[in-house]
Design a protein around this ligand. Structure first.
Ligand code: FAD
Length: 434
């Protein structure tokens, strides 16, 4: 079949949600698919979110690699293209039979307390992005003894773990860019406080990440709980379902008071009230309220990382519901006006909020692929303007699959010289020169 007889699908975002749906659709339908990605390189949080010591998770990229290589006749990648700025959503709906939104949830919720605009107060995604090599990211100052991390999810644990393990040299073989790794290795952090606004029963950690923190040599990591919290947590154990019980058992096992040269304290019921900066505007202390006993506490803090959730943005032209999320008709179809020429679908974090690990995203996306394939079982096809032509006319310097493979190979070759998985490019100029 020639390309022109195939229905055409645009996917916005090349993270796991878009790529798993793409994989399913290539198997189950005859769609020709164009993937648009805002970053200069593909795969979303797999490259720029997942921690560098979790390379086994990043291996999912191999599946996506094979998918692109095997389907060169009907799958194209356009990186460095921002849908909403370079190409509008309306243009996509005019240019394709179907549009799948899979653009994630990348806007961090801000810590809104006085002083939170001080220097070295950064979001978890900024810190994670920095150590993962996001191009042109701001470098945090790690020459401090005291770090406070606000948030009780895996991002908080990833930040704490990377800060606690770098000095041992164990991250040297990972894919943290050399210049950023040397800053991490020289960090002088000795005390990390992880603050939760609610009690320990409400943490959103997963067991693997939690265990990893307690296993780090040279660091004493402890849950510092009030007597009441201890009692409640222990008593809750028999009533919990298996997954939650196993997590809670790890929490209970690690109740205590952190001591020694390097300490990580898990503290609960702490609500940030104020950030205090020194005369250079750099964070020096954080004041929190312990809502269990209404006491106000002040912690020394030279780096404050907050990870209190993401906000989902809705692209211009995409309908929005009362919760400021994409307005969905059902689990995967977007509630578009009847006049919209394309079928519009959404999956992953942009559709259902920033929750869950890659396997959860994968399951949703396989389901979405099935729905799209069945909606197009009768092969609808419109004559539509080519978006590639528009990109060229607008002189948008997009990065294709072949250009990415060149970058990929160069990063891997450079990494090999020092025994690393890859040495990432960290400036836009480097990507665009390919
Ligand atoms: P994303 O991965 O965010 O992909 C969305 C893509 O859309 C991005 O590439 C983005 O650049 C692109 N995009 C955004 N806007 C536009 C636009 N306007 N135009 C074009 N493209 C656009 N899960 C695990 O299983 N294991 C882990 O160890 C793990 N670690 C994590 C660590 C962190 C710090 C975070 C934040 C998440 C982690 N997760 C982990 C969860 C996992 O990353 C998510 O489940 C998954 O990435 C969500 O997939 P997604 O495709 O919806 O979003």
């Amino acid at each position: 079949r020639s390309l022109s007889s195939k229905p055409r699908l645009a996917i916005v975002g090349s993270g796991p949600a878009g790529m798993f749906a793409c994989n399913g659709l290539l198997r189950k339908s005859n769609f020709a698919i164009d993937v648009f990605e805002y970053s200069p390189v593909p795969f979303g949080l797999v490259r720029y979110g997942v921690a560098p010591d979790h390379q086994e998770v990043k291996n999912v990229i191999n599946t996506f690699d094979n998918m692109f290589e095997k389907n060169r006749d009907r799958l194209k990648l356009f990186c460095n293209v921002n849908i909403g700025r370079d190409i509008t959503f309306d243009e996509l709906t005019r240019g394709y039979d179907a549009v799948l939104l899979a653009y994630g949830s990348y806007k961090t919720r801000k810590l809104n307390v006085p002083g939170s605009d001080s220097k070295n107060v950064i979001s978890g995604s900024e810190f994670v992005g920095w150590y993962n090599g996001v191009p042109n990211a701001t470098t945090p100052d790690l020459s401090t003894s005291n770090v406070v991390i606000v948030g009780n999810g895996n991002v908080a644990l990833d930040c704490a773990r990377v800060l606690s393990t770098a000095s041992s040299g164990s991250l040297r073989i990972s894919d943290i860019p050399d210049d950023r790794l040397s800053i991490l290795e020289k960090a002088t952090v000795k005390d990390i406080k992880i603050l939760g606004r609610r009690g320990p029963e409400h943490v959103s950690f997963t067991i693997k990440e939690l265990r990893e923190q307690f296993k780090i040599n040279e660091w004493d990591s402890k849950l510092e709980l009030s007597e009441e919290d201890q009692k409640n947590l222990i008593e809750s154990l028999p009533k919990l379902e298996r997954k939650k019980r196993r997590l809670t058992e790890v929490l209970v096992k690690n109740i205590g008071v952190a001591s020694g040269q390097r300490q990580c304290h898990f503290l609960f019921h702490r609500v940030p009230k104020r950030v205090i900066a020194d005369s250079n505007g750099i964070v020096r202390e954080i004041t929190v309220e312990n809502i269990e006993n209404e006491k106000v506490e002040t912690f020394a803090c030279g780096l404050l990382i907050y990870s209190i959730g993401y906000e989902t943005l809705v692209l211009d032209g995409v309908p929005q519901n009362q919760n400021k999320m994409i307005d969905m008709k059902d689990h995967c179809r977007v509630n578009m006006d009847i006049s919209c020429p394309a079928n519009v679908y959404a999956t992953g974090w942009c559709a259902h909020g920033p929750r869950g690990v890659i396997v959860d995203t994968q399951q949703q996306s396989i389901f979405v692929a099935d729905q799209i394939a069945s909606d197009f079982a009768h092969n609808r096809k419109r004559i539509a303007p080519g978006i590639e032509l528009i990109l060229k006319e607008r002189k948008i310097p997009f990065i294709s699959w072949d250009a990415w493979k060149l970058i990929d190979q160069q990063e891997r070759d450079k990494g090999k010289l020092t025994g690393k998985i890859r040495e990432k490019f960290t400036t836009f100029e480097k990507f665009l020169s390919k």
